[in-house]
Design a protein around this ligand. Structure first.
Ligand code: NAD
Length: 275
């Protein structure tokens, strides 16, 4: 039975992979403030002592090999570690993920990891998002709409992103998602028109190209601009995140929303009601 308005239903039990990282710690700190969620444990390549785990907001943080002990009591697993660790999690013996839901926030997933996520969707509810903020998910829709209205022969698209110096992938997952949205608005696929940066004798810019530029420095949480550049005007759609708690908050909303859902693929657009 659904809870009455204003009432909190049963708590959703979450486990976080990448618990000792920046997102893992932010997620646990925010989850602690919510009465509809409970953090049952964390998983990380580098497990923490009980005292360190407690300070990070977790009852315990175990290594991937021991993940089953944490996963057993979770309804939803939030994945915020490296792309490589995803296979290790999905391949754990005894399939401790069976019957759980999975929220994947890690960016820079390769073909193999994306294939594994697609396979996981056959038997569990999965939500993968390059960005969990309301603003960016709205921006994806606006970028697609703008691309539909502004013809590629007259408007060149350049996507610029800025992130903190510790980020390990480029262009960002969000920038690529924006590129895919623009490509979809233009009835093409990103792979056919993608360009990463420019250097040297590049020649004239071909019409229809979608180009990415990645800036790295300091502690910037994440900034994205999609520029549609015409001969006499420029339309600029942008988003700036104040800090990473914006993404952690969205990931927790996703966890709450996806708990108990049937196997399949779900999106932040559904969670946020932006359809
Ligand atoms: P981070 O480096 O601070 O943390 C990653 C954590 O994962 C570390 O504690 C590391 O020890 C652990 N780890 C690495 N490989 C592992 C493995 N094989 N098994 C288990 N644990 C492993 O990184 P971060 O800033 O927290 O970001 C994590 C990921 O989340 C990145 O891919 C980042 O791009 C992405 N991200 C997504 C969003 C979003 O809204 N979707 C927002 C911010 C960050």
């Amino acid at each position: 039975m659904s809870p009455a308005p204003g009432e909190v239903g049963p708590r959703t039990a979450i486990a976080v992979n990448g618990a000792a990282g920046r997102m893992g710690r932010t997620i646990a700190a925010l989850a602690r403030e919510r009465s509809d969620l409970v953090v049952v444990g964390g998983i990380d390549r580098t497990p923490l002592s009980d005292a360190e785990a407690d300070a990070a907001g977790y009852p315990r943080i175990v290594a991937t090999a021991d993940a089953a002990s944490v996963l057993r009591s979770a309804d939803v697993v939030l994945y915020f570690s490296s792309p490589a660790g995803l296979a290790a999690l999905l391949d754990l013996p005894e399939a401790p993920l069976a019957g759980k839901a999975l929220v994947v926030g890690t960016t820079g997933l390769g073909k193999d990891e994306l294939g594994r996520v697609a396979a996981a969707e056959e038997h569990m509810a999965v939500l993968q998002a390059a960005n969990f903020s309301v603003g960016v998910n709205l921006l994806l829709k606006l970028a697609e709409e703008a691309a539909r209205a502004l013809p590629p022969e007259r408007y060149d698209v350049e996507i610029v992103e800025t992130h903190h110096r510790r980020k390990s992938d480029a262009p960002s997952g969000t920038a690529l998602a924006l590129g895919r949205a623009v490509a979809a608005g233009r009835g093409t696929t990103l792979e056919d028109v993608r360009r990463d940066g420019r250097s040297g004798q590049t020649g004239q810019r071909p019409a229809g190209e979608i180009a990415f530029h990645a800036l790295r420095g300091g502690g910037v949480a994440g900034e994205h601009s999609v520029l549609f550049i015409g001969e006499r005007e420029r339309i600029e759609l942008g988003h700036a995140a104040a800090d990473r708690s914006l993404f952690a908050e969205g990931a927790l909303e996703a966890a709450r929303w996806i708990a108990g859902k049937a196997p399949g693929r779900y999106s932040m657009v559904q969670v946020l009601g932006l359809e």
